[in-house]
Design a protein around this ligand. Structure first.
Ligand code: BES
Ligand code: MN
Ligand code: ZN
Length: 506
């Protein structure tokens, strides 16, 4: 279900809602009281909120939740108090998570019309908190239920009122910010949808079709290269990975702001690994190792989501998204360990492991972006190595590249967007490990330093372009439930990359 967020201010007593949600902060050891300005709501519930608070069970700790029901003949059915911990420490991440919990509440059956009443409080100014609460709510309400016959019956759109207990001078400007953060969050939800789709539904051509459809909706230019075009261009890397599947590969380009004026502000490129299913190929994975491999196009879905958000925000700069889509399968026509392939750049690669396919398709995508668009900066996003997952788990995305400043830009954009990028080294030794004795490169540098040797390989295909590689093998999908996430594809990177492009325009 997606949520339409509406923003109001200063009219608490006129609220019409079945469910009222109130974030409640606490101050040290003081008893938790009714937040300022909410006595009207309390009265409409027959004083039951203050009664419940007086009992002292509810400590307003972050994560705590208390439901208070109004009288049977009253107009507000229930009031949900959400603890937010100490009032002085509500930072951006906490606001997003609070939003996530609110979004989760809107998913419950029976809630009816939902209004969040935001009391006065440190860090709760509308300007700062409303966009973050809205963003969190959309992410927290996300579910992938389109393949559940029961899920098909649930409502597709809910609505959420956010009402501030204070008059606002510039409601319009806050509404604009809320609308923008909803665009970004909705784009992240669509990235999750793509990542979660099973590989019999989402394969290179259907990913291309989804890209075309999205591009039409938001005004992006979309070009899709099929096999004859890839052959003509000599893109032997993506062709090799895709040749074992009945579902042929595609290179998909999404372009925003392709005008002379926008190009003056610069050109940025976002590159996504789009392996719609990674069986490992002839270097076949184990059954267990294959389980999550429908998510192996999460880098592509991040680029898809970020491009959508960038288009909706109409950021004043030229941005190109390139998605290398292929299915990695074993078959009599599959590429083999020992094959030597020629990439679009002319460099050759000895295949030593067909399961190291991500860097192979990216070699052509990176080269294509550099040659066609000469970007000022280029970021690739890929579920590239199990090593990234081993190193950082689901908490941090591994980042490396050929430009310290660019990596810092990305890390800072991540910080603002609530995503963690952690640097990994890229040393001469790593490049040596991925050089072949009989070709220019080999596609695996062995077991040690897996993130870095994969990065060294990619660096061979970016030329002098300032470039950062983000390995989202750990962060792109998770099994755990958090306020912003229920498991499955996370859409990680959509917020960060959108934020990065936004700051490049300033
Ligand atoms: N898609 C996988 C990486 C991966 C593994 C992502 C687990 C998420 C969870 C990638 O194509 C792969 O198989 N990498 C190999 C490389 C190795 C053969 C050099 C790996 O990491 O084991
Ligand atoms: Mn693989
Ligand atoms: Zn893979």
């Amino acid at each position: 279900m997606t949520i339409r967020v509406q923003l109001n201010a200063g009219s608490i007593d006129e609220i019409k809602a079945d469910t009222v949600i109130i974030p409640v902060a606490r101050r040290g050891k003081e008893a938790v009281g009714l937040p300022q300005g909410l006595s009207g709501i309390d009265r409409r519930l027959g004083g039951r909120i203050s009664d419940a608070l007086a009992a002292g069970d509810f400590r307003a700790g972050s994560g705590e939740r208390l439901v208070v029901y109004g009288p049977r003949d009253g107009d507000i059915v229930r009031c949900i108090l959400l603890g937010q911990g100490d009032g002085d420490s509500i930072d951006a991440d906490a606001l997003r998570q609070l939003g996530g919990r609110i979004g989760r509440e809107t998913n419950r059956a029976n809630v009816g019309r939902v209004t969040v009443v935001v009391p006065h409080g440190a860090g709760l100014t509308p300007d700062r908190s409303a966009p973050l609460l809205a963003e969190g709510a959309l992410l927290g309400a996300y579910k992938f239920d389109r393949h559940q016959t029961s899920g098909r019956k649930t409502k597709r759109t809910g609505s959420l009122q956010i009402t501030y207990a204070r008059k606002l001078k510039s409601l319009a400007s806050v509404r604009t910010k809320v609308k923008q953060s909803c665009w970004v969050a909705e784009s992240q939800r669509q990235a999750r949808d793509l990542s979660n789709e099973p590989p019999n539904v989402l394969y290179p051509e259907s990913l291309a079709a989804a890209s075309r459809r999205m591009a039409r909706e938001v005004g992006l230019r979309c070009q899709v290269m099929a096999v004859p075009e890839l052959e003509k261009r000599g893109y032997g890397a993506i062709l090799a990975v895709g040749q074992g599947s009945r579902r042929p590969p595609r290179m998909i380009t999404l372009e925003h702001g392709a005008t002379a004026k926008r190009k003056k502000a610069g050109t940025l490129a976002l590159i996504g690994k789009g392996i719609t299913f990674d069986s490992g190929g002839l270097s076949l994975k184990t059954a267990g190792g294959m389980l999550e491999m429908k998510h192996d196009m999460s880098g592509a879905s991040t680029v898809f989501g970020a491009m959508r958000a960038i288009a909706l925000l109409d950021l004043p700069i030229h941005v190109v998204g390139v998605i290398a889509a292929a299915e990695n399968m074993p078959s009599s026509n599959a590429y083999r360990p020992s094959d030597i392939i020629t990439t679009g750049s002319g460099q050759t690669v000895e295949i030593v492991n067909t399961d190291a396919e991500g860097r192979v398709v990216l070699a052509d995508a990176l080269h294509h972006a550099v040659k066609t668009y000469t970007p000022d900066a280029m970021i690739d996003v890929a579920t590239l190595t199990g090593a990234a997952m081993v190193a950082f788990g689901t908490a941090a995305t591994a980042g490396l590249g050929n430009d310290e400043e660019l990596l810092d830009e990305i890390r800072m954009a991540g910080e603002r967007a609530g995503e963690v990028v952690w640097p990994m080294p890229l040393l001469d030794e790593h490049e040596k490990a991925t050089r072949s004795k009989i070709a220019d490169w080999k596609n695996s540098g062995g077991r040690v330093a897996g993130v870095s040797t994969a990065g060294a390989f990619l660096r061979g295909f970016v030329g002098d372009t300032p470039w950062v590689h983000l390995d989202i093998a750990g962060t792109g999908m998770t099994a755990s439930t958090t306020p912003l996430h229920v498991g499955g594809g996370t859409g990680v990177g959509v917020r960060m990359l959108t934020e990065w492009v936004r700051t490049r325009c300033e």
